[in-house]
Ligand binder design. Structure first.
Ligand code: ATP
Ligand code: MG
Length: 440
């Protein structure tokens, strides 16, 4: 490796040692004949003292964001010089030699500073520079842990990781629009859900599966919660009693995820000013109950409708006040709003055994018990005017021994957004795709 230490990891233990650091020039403060170089890498910022000779040689070369290698001696720093932005505040490096590895052009196309006024579109155009900002970097350090802790949870809970195809014939998930692409004289669709496949591999005998991967939705929506490509966290499990078994796993997952994030992302969360409240239990509310609450807020929700964004927000606030919880499972969604494969309870054809999960007043997941009895599934498809006979390989799943099963689809980007109170889902994904954005 080029370096012996990372900037944020040098401590008083190294005092007296000569070390090599690499990083980006955060700031160069020239003060008369000497200067102070604030060198930054992923782990933090460290101060390097440059004497007259080094200052004269490098003061015009060390443009902000240039990449340099610095060799220097670790010294203890007088207390009165300790700066807050530097993690290694109690030590300083006396620069001995500098090598410019890559000069940055000036001016920079966006501000690489703590607080910027550059708009989000410009920032996304230069996302790799935007991520050099501590706040943005922290979002993605946390998102990375959301991903790895999710894998850890499902793995420990006995789920099998599957990676289902993203190039598909046509999807089963009705509703969302598909991206169509030419495929050797045919037309393929980009998967808008791994629904078919996760059911297929429960039925295959793997019993409990999860699939984390991109999901494509050709929806021309311009909201702060929708992307055309996002990362889905999907799971499906067999031999359930009913949809409550799915909710139990999801509750365990969220408790694990949030507790682990609190533990492993302590510094990043603190820097972003985010407090995580790990739920003890997640309250459940039927849409019928929600209708009453919404009515008290002057909002009428008809029987066949599900919650819109405003409805979700009102319910989120209500649950926070009432139960001091950031999450709520919403139950009994109307059949009119759910896909044909959601199971309906005995004796009530108007609702489904499905649920949504809200996090701080926004949907982050939809789940359900699936209909596994072929005759009923066929009848349900017919009710929705779907030609089930054309869905041969989906239909086959139910023909050769299919356990009662259910599952959920969550959004990794949505979870990260809600967790960190980001005002736009685009802040939670490195390179968002939306109807206007296909680059970089
Ligand atoms: P919404 O009502 O917010 O449009 P949906 O009900 O259409 O979402 P589902 O089909 O239930 O979405 O997908 C499961 C989960 O995937 C959602 O709860 C959400 O977390 C995430 N998700 C769905 N669509 C998008 C999208 N366009 N962009 C980002 N995440 C999404
Ligand atoms: Mg949904």
């Amino acid at each position: 490796m080029l370096r012996t230490h990372a900037c944020g990891e040098v401590s008083e233990k190294e005092v007296g040692q000569t070390i090599t650091l690499c990083g980006w020039v955060d700031t160069l403060r020239v003060s008369g004949k000497i200067s102070f170089l604030l060198l930054r890498d992923r782990t933090g910022i460290i101060q390097i003292f440059l004497d007259k000779t080094l200052t004269e040689k490098y003061q015009h070369e060390l443009k902000k964001e240039s990449v340099v290698l610095v060799e220097g001696l670790v010294n203890k720093r007088p207390d009165n010089q300790v700066k807050r932005e530097e993690k290694t505040g109690s030590i300083e490096i006396a620069g001995k030699g500098i090598e410019l590895l890559s000069a940055a052009e000036t001016p920079l196309p966006i501000d690489v500073v703590a607080e910027t006024t550059t708009n989000i579109d410009k920032r996304l155009d230069y996302r790799f520079l935007d991520v050099r900002r501590e706040k943005v970097k922290n979002i993605f350090m946390i998102r990375s842990k959301v991903y790895s802790k999710t894998v850890e949870f499902f793995d420990k809970a006995g789920f099998v990781a599957i990676q289902s195809p993203r190039l598909t014939a046509s999807g089963v998930e009705s509703g969302a629009e598909e991206f169509k692409i030419p495929y050797f004289g045919k037309t393929a669709s980009l998967a808008q859900s791994p629904q078919v496949y996760k059911q297929m591999f429960v039925v295959s005998g793997l019993e409990k599966v999860y699939d984390i991967g991109p999901i494509f939705r050709a929806e021309k929506s311009h909201t702060t919660r929708h992307l055309t490509e996002f990362i889905g966290i999907d799971m499906e499990m067999g031999f359930i009693q009913d949809e409550n078994d799915v909710m139990t796993v999801v509750e365990e997952y969220l408790k694990f995820l949030l507790a682990e994030l609190k533990r492993v992302c302590k510094e990043e969360l603190e820097h972003l000013g985010v407090t995580i409240n790990v739920p003890k239990t997640i309250p459940k509310m039927t849409l019928t109950e929600a209708r009453t609450i919404l009515k008290d807020h002057g909002k009428i929700l008809p029987d066949n409708e599900d919650l819109d964004a405003e409805g979700e927000r009102i319910i989120g606030e209500h649950v926070k006040k009432r139960h001091n919880c950031d999450f709520v499972f919403m139950l009994e969604y109307p059949w009119a709003k759910r896909p044909f494969y959601h199971m309906r309870p005995e004796g009530n054809k108007k609702i489904t055994k499905s649920f949504d999960l809200l996090f701080n007043g926004v949907e982050i997941a939809t789940g359900a018990q699936r209909e596994h009895r072929l005759e009923i599934l066929e009848a349900q498809a017919k009710e929705k005017d779907i030609d089930f006979s054309k869905m041969t390989f989906y239909r086959d799943i139910f023909r050769y021994g299919c356990p009662p099963h259910g599952g959920i689809g969550m959004g990794l980007d949505r979870i990260t957004q809600r967790l960190l109170n980001l005002d736009n889902i685009r802040e939670a994904i490195l390179l968002p795709r939306d109807p206007e954005r296909l680059t970089p």
